[in-house]
Write a protein that binds this ligand. Sequence first.
Ligand SMILES: NC(=O)c1ccc[n+]([C@@H]2O[C@H](COP(=O)([O-])OP(=O)(O)OC[C@H]3O[C@@H](n4cnc5c(N)ncnc54)[C@H](OP(=O)(O)O)[C@@H]3O)[C@@H](O)[C@H]2O)c1
Length: 262
Amino acid sequence: MAITFTGSTAVVTGAGAGIGAVVAARLAARGADLLLVARRGDRLTALADRLQTEHEITASTVAADLATSEGRQHVLDTVRERDLRVGTLVNNAGFGTYGDVVDTDPDRLEQMIALNVGALTTLTRGMLPHLLAVGSGAVVNVASTAALQPVPHMAAYGASKAFVLSLTEALSVELRGSGVHAIALCPGSTRTEFFDVVGSEEPVVGRFQTADQVVDTLFRALDRRRPPSMVVSGTANRLLGAATRVLPRRAVLAATARAMAG
Ligand SMILES: NC(=O)c1ccc[n+]([C@@H]2O[C@H](COP(=O)([O-])OP(=O)(O)OC[C@H]3O[C@@H](n4cnc5c(N)ncnc54)[C@H](OP(=O)(O)O)[C@@H]3O)[C@@H](O)[C@H]2O)c1
């Protein structure tokens, strides 16, 4: 049965920019109420105001740093205190670091794993009972094409996204028959603020997609009668992803090393 977004709230993390902001707008157009999460509350409030004006929905915000356990708890407490009927969770907040592991600021590495892995896992666990009670929604976890093979010079980022992909595919099996779908979205290079945060466009592989194109891919997958447990955005990225599954691991690693060397 198709997923229904009306009549429940979608929690979207990293909703203040890029892919998250587009996902939030698309969910609002589908009639979902929204709880928007990121650190910069002013951006979230502006988006919530706009979406409430454009669509007949309620949008609220929580400014929280999801790299901290306090931030994650703040989001979970907000859902409980406001008695929100959460039907969909979009774990989109995430960032990457570029450079060899030995050269990367250890605190930055820790924050990245705390956000990309820790927050995503804790929020999934904390929200699932709500989603299962609603019984028609999705856990959308934003992974990356970096999840599909080891990525030299973005090693920990790639590994964090491999965790996201593995967790989500396994979760999709655990959720069978519940009406809740788990889907890992794997974008390739996408024109957002991501590479400003990375601090370099050196790791860009292939052509950029827009956040709209990536979100189109997501909703096409969600609208399928049986949504897949993972979806790669962009034809070239899908072909590369397919190649990583059939080629020997050593060949994939060598090819990725060449691509990352520019
Ligand atoms: N762009 C790409 O090429 C690309 C490719 C593959 C996968 N992805 C993945 O797509 C997802 C979205 O990235 P994007 O490209 O849309 O990046 P973006 O434009 O930089 O947006 C990231 C969002 O996450 C929020 N965020 C960052 N750190 C946070 C924290 N500690 N706590 C709460 N929110 C936080 C940011 O808002 P605040 O700064 O206000 O907190 C912002 O709203 C990420 O998981 C990324 O890894 C991106």
